[in-house]
Design a binder for this molecule. Structure first.
Ligand SMILES: [Zn+2]
Length: 230
């Protein structure tokens, strides 16, 4: 089931306190509308009752969609600095909820899903896009490394992130975008031909093996874990 907490949130524009129903758990198998709202970026967006500013409350919830094989600890951006500890905590939560002490039905769900950790809305949305397109999230992270290496002026930094936004239905090319982490504002877009994804995924030369092992070393499957560790 999907769970919400009543709380107050402070408007970033005027500072007024607003009543808000913060999501703590999303079951997308039962609530396809929540999944759709994450994809269209309307989920957990609210309008300040005092000044009318629209803003989005940072994610901090568990997302499960057994039919698509997804379990995600969707954490707020402020926790990114402690990604290693948060990743460990998410693993413990996942093992407790779906592990040996769970009912057989719940354990069966645990075996269908791949646990992941994301920070911020853009990271969560990207995981949904990847699975919706039948792509592999580890290979997508390696594709980002290829994009960064191949561009002379990647606006990479602590406040920008490269995210898969969509797959072009015309030629199956991957459309990445540089986003502002804080507000998901879109910067430059980068297109990657589908055959690059296919080549990296098959990795016949073995050139990607080390980076692949690094990216998939934990639940936070994101190129960022390599950049943050460096
Ligand atoms: Zn306000």
């Amino acid at each position: 089931m999907s769970i919400f907490n009543e709380m107050t949130v402070r408007c970033p524009a005027c500072g007024d306190e607003n009543a808000f129903r913060a999501v703590r758990s999303v079951n997308a198998d039962r609530r396809a509308d929540f999944r759709a709202a994450i994809l269209d970026e309307s989920f957990q967006r609210t309008t300040c009752s005092a000044c009318g500013t629209t803003f989005r409350v940072d994610p901090d919830f568990a997302y499960v969609n057994a039919d698509r094989g997804q379990w995600i600890a969707a954490l707020p951006l402020v926790k990114l600095a402690d990604w290693k500890e948060e990743e460990g905590e998410a693993k413990r939560v996942f093992d407790r909820v779906y592990g040996a002490e769970a009912s057989p039905a719940v354990q069966a769900i645990g075996k269908k899903v791949r646990p992941r950790v994301t920070f911020g809305w853009a990271g969560l949305r990207e995981k949904l896009v990847i699975v919706a397109q039948g792509l592999d999230d580890v290979t997508i992270e390696l594709c980002k490394a290829a994009v960064i290496r191949g561009s002379a002026s990647s606006p990479i930094g602590s406040d920008t992130e490269l995210r898969l936004l969509a797959v072009d239905p015309a030629d199956a090319s991957l459309v990445f975008g540089w986003l502002q982490s804080t507000d998901e504002a879109e910067g430059p877009k980068v297109r990657l031909p589908r055959n690059v994804y296919d080549e990296i995924g098959s990795d016949e030369s073995g050139a990607w093996a080390d980076l692949r092992a690094g990216v998939e070393a934990g639940l936070y499957v994101d190129l960022n874990r390599m950049l943050l560790a460096a």
